[in-house]
Design a protein around this ligand. Structure first.
Ligand SMILES: NC(=O)c1ccc[n+]([C@@H]2O[C@H](COP(=O)([O-])OP(=O)(O)OC[C@H]3O[C@@H](n4cnc5c(N)ncnc54)[C@H](OP(=O)(O)O)[C@@H]3O)[C@@H](O)[C@H]2O)c1
Length: 284
């Protein structure tokens, strides 16, 4: 089966390219290879490569910059997602699209299920929600949305790699402690995506994260403890918990956006986030 992975240089796309099953022939494309502004150009790529499934990982993911670059965020997260879905719909092929826990506002104190109503607090979340709506509007049962949270990997722009760099450069770190979700390894998410790709009947929406929950502060402390234990960093520095308002971001983020993964666990058993974190730090 020929699978088009859109967003070639992103951390999830890179992981998918390192983990595909034997029966999959992946073709990864970045912004220089596929023009997402037009359904027609996406259709011609589908036809030219005989694509049976598209996995769309491309997104405007910088939550902070999105607040000022609203048009860019909506172009990629809504318009381009809609164009990809329209082209897949015309061709009669399958689509797996990635989405986010930042659709939710954090008013709940228990994990968000796929039945909970999204209410995003920032431009990134709103643009991703509009992207989901553009896909769902087509009412195509071959289309699936997989929401996840706090992705990290050995490559790309992510919290793990930023923390490891700052832990070497600085004498102390201040990290937000009043936002809770679940750090998620792109490796485990990729495994889940390939499981879903193999399923004949798919749900319209899945939630997938690693097991457990954490604040950014707890995530940072674990990164430091594990990296030091494995000899990946040479010193430990004080990590100070702070509030979101003390940090002073432009984008408002939910205080709680943990996703309920109980339905997805029947498809793949999730592992505790600390276990996956250790495996990834070990491989650095
Ligand atoms: N990162 C997270 O913490 C997180 C959390 C929850 C959900 N998600 C979702 O998971 C998916 C994958 O996230 P990720 O962390 O792998 O993202 P990422 O590393 O930021 O990669 C996104 C990719 O999108 C492509 N892209 C960016 N601007 C583009 C443009 N103007 N035109 C075309 N392509 C463009 C780029 O690929 P090319 O350079 O190859 O074009 C980029 O590498 C996204 O849908 C995201 O919303 C992410």
């Amino acid at each position: 089966m020929n699978v088009l992975i859109i967003g070639k240089h992103g951390q999830l796309a890179l992981t998918l390219m390192h983990s595909y099953p034997n029966n999959i022939e992946p073709i990864a494309m970045g912004r220089n290879e596929i023009d997402l502004s037009s359904t027609a150009t996406i259709s011609s790529v589908i036809n030219q490569h005989n694509i049976a499934l598209i996995i769309n990982t491309a997104a405007y993911t910088n939550v902070e910059l999105a607040e000022n670059n609203i048009a860019d965020a909506f172009y990629l997260n809504e318009i381009a997602a809609g164009n990809i879905a329209a082209a897949a719909n015309i061709a009669g092929i399958k689509l797996i699209h990635l989405s986010t826990d930042y659709l939710f506002d954090g008013a709940k104190v228990t994990p968000y299920t796929t039945m909970d109503k999204p209410s995003p607090l920032n431009i990134y979340g709103l643009s991703k929600l509009k992207g989901e709506a553009a896909i769902k509007r087509l009412e195509n049962s071959d289309f699936t949305i997989i929401r996840s949270s706090w992705l990290y990997s050995i490559a790309g722009d992510n919290f793990l790699l930023t923390m490891l760099r700052l832990m070497q450069e600085r004498d102390s770190l201040h990290v937000i402690d009043d936002q809770v979700s679940c750090p998620t390894s792109t490796y485990e998410l990729a495994k889940f995506i390939w499981k879903i790709a193999a399923q004949q009947h798919k749900a319209p929406t899945y939630h997938w994260t690693d097991l457990g929950k954490a604040s950014w502060f707890e995530f940072a402390c674990s990164i430091q403890d594990i990296a030091f234990k494995l000899g990946k960093i040479t010193k430990k520095i004080p990590i100070v918990p702070i509030t979101s308002s003390e940090y002073g971001s432009l984008a408002v983020r939910p205080s709680y956006s943990k996703l309920d993964i109980s339905e997805s666990q029947a498809i793949l058993e999730a592992k505790p986030w600390q276990q996956n974190l250790e495996a990834i730090i070990k491989s650095l």
